[in-house]
Ligand binder design. Structure first.
Ligand code: UD1
Ligand code: CA
Length: 473
């Protein structure tokens, strides 16, 4: 149910200079989702009546990513005045004038914060009837963050930014997470009073805290239990740390949901992946995008699946696959390369050193060894011989190969597309199939073998081969 008294402002206008990237910071990803995507997903869980994103740097890229994830979000462009305070000020201006509920402010670069923590911050803010409640954290290394300054009675006094702090203030280990709940009216009253008189020449949102305190309003800072939850991502080192932490949370959640994960340290699972009970994930495996693995399937070791669907009790070993659908009980790998549009039926097999693309292999059919199938349909219970290549590209067009059901093709065939091999047909070893093969026929390319007796002794005299031949005679 929507909370009519709640608005969320997502700050996403900054450049992210420390990332040293052409891409805006909030569009860097962890667990297969952009940083701002994680923040939006948390915001959505709060069911606010308004969500506003403040944008400026690389505006169009940020807007297009965000609106895909949350089509009904409102975008506000920050003007030339820099700083988080200005960002919130322009956002507040976009809220209905009669909105007098609470405003949650979150940063687009703080991806690990969860909705439960945020919900308890809101609850405490409302319980205390406060003007502002901010989430703080006690960190071993507070470098870079704004510090929480408390008075002698321990009451929140103000926030001081790293660059404006005195030596004594720098020793404070309680930091501002950049996550707040404000009463809307408090922001409307105080933000116009914030100046740019600080080391960075920016309008700091954090100054609102000090102003509210001076005005005698209730403000408080609540330390979060796990400091990592509010870690901001400002450079690539922090990006990797946040990525590892998020992965730990995801792996642990699936373990508790009944998935065996042998080595969490080398298993990477994206946020949108879905795993059923009794799935087994072996070391060195990356499950990405919208991958879905059904009950009892085993994936890995050393496997990367992007947007794949793996059926019940299937096995996928040392495989790289994208947009592939694997049927129940089927087996893939080791060393298989499945490109988009690969469909393997129930109990089918795509074996060792096999590449597939835009191909459907029916129930119980097998492509066991050293093959390439492109733009191919194989019926049910057929076997494609070792070393078979579909010649699907004539340099201009891609053409289709159709193999029927209960077909047995020989080793080292070339299927020159477009070509059809009928149900129950056979082909001999080394056949180049250029013409359609009728159902039940045996196709062979006749190239008779000629043996030139004594050739080795005559032409390679004195070699080990010649001596071996002599000894055999
Ligand atoms: C901010 C806080 C600091 C806190 C830290 C927590 C201020 C002044 N400082 O510092 O107290 O410890 O977050 O991570 O708020 N942004 C805009 N418009 C701007 C500037 C920034 O939308 O003009 C956005 C950024 O895109 C980012 C967020 O605001 O998502 C925070 O900005 P950033 O520059 O990273 O602030 P910090 O220096 O980390
Ligand atoms: Ca930051």
């Amino acid at each position: 149910m929507t909370d009519q008294n709640l608005a969320v402002i997502v700050l996403a206008a900054g450049q992210g200079t420390r990332m040293k990237s052409a891409r805006p910071k909030v569009l860097h990803s962890i667990a297969g989702r952009t940083l701002v995507g994680h923040v939006l997903s948390t915001a959505r869980d709060l069911a606010p009546s308004h969500v506003i994103a403040v944008v400026r740097h690389e505006r169009d890229a940020v807007v297009s990513t965000i609106s895909e994830l949350m089509p009904d979000i409102l975008f506000v462009d920050q003007d030339d005045i820099p700083g988080t305070g200005r960002a919130v000020e322009v956002a507040i201006g976009a809220l209905p004038a009669d909105f007098d509920g609470d405003v949650v402010v979150v940063s687009g670069d703080v991806p690990l914060l969860d909705a439960t923590t945020l919900a308890s911050l809101i609850a405490e803010h409302r319980r205390a009837d406060a003007s502002a409640t901010l989430l703080s954290a006690i960190l071993d290394d507070a470098t870079g963050y704004g510090r929480v300054v408390r008075d002698s009675a321990g009451v929140l006094d103000r926030i001081v930014e790293q660059k404006d702090a005195t030596q004594t203030e720098l020793e404070i280990t309680e930091i501002n997470s950049g996550t707040y709940v404000f009463r809307a009216s408090a922001l409307r009253e105080q933000l116009p009073l914030v100046t740019l008189a600080n080391a960075q020449g920016e309008k700091y949102l954090t100054d609102v805290i000090g102003l509210l305190r001076s005005a005698g309003s209730t403000v408080s800072a609540l330390p979060v239990r796990d400091g990592w939850m509010v870690a901001g991502v400002n450079d690539r080192v922090q990006l990797a740390e946040a990525s590892r932490r998020m992965n730990e949370l995801i792996v642990r959640r699936w373990q508790l949901d009944g998935v065996t994960i042998t080595d969490p340290a080398t298993t990477w699972i994206d946020a949108d992946v879905v795993l059923a009970e009794d799935v087994e994930v072996l070391p060195g495996t990356q499950l990405k995008g919208a991958t879905l693995v059904q009950r009892g399937a085993t994936v890995g070791p050393d496997t990367t699946l992007v947007d794949c669907e793996i059926g019940e009790n299937a096995t996928v070993k040392r495989t790289d696959a994208t947009l592939a659908v694997i049927g129940a009980g089927a087996s893939v790998g080791p060393f298989a390369y499945l490109r988009p549009g690969t469909y393997l039926g129930a109990d089918g097999k795509i074996g060792t050193f096999v590449e597939t693309k835009n191909s459907t292999i029916g129930t119980g059919s097998k492509v066991p060894h050293l093959s390439y199938l492109g733009d191919t349909t194989v019926g049910e219970h057929s076997n494609v011989g070792a070393g078979t290549i579909t010649a699907n590209y004539d340099g201009v067009n891609k053409s289709a190969t159709v193999v029927g059901s209960h077909v047995r093709t020989g080793s080292h065939n070339v299927f020159v597309a477009p070509v059809t091999i009928g149900d129950g047909a056979y082909t001999g070893a080394g056949t180049v199939v250029r013409k359609d093969v009728p159902a039940g026929a045996l196709a062979i390319t006749v190239a008779p073998q000629r043996n030139m007796e004594g050739w080795v002794q005559a032409n390679r005299a004195g070699t080990a081969a010649a001596r071996a031949a002599e000894a055999a005679e």
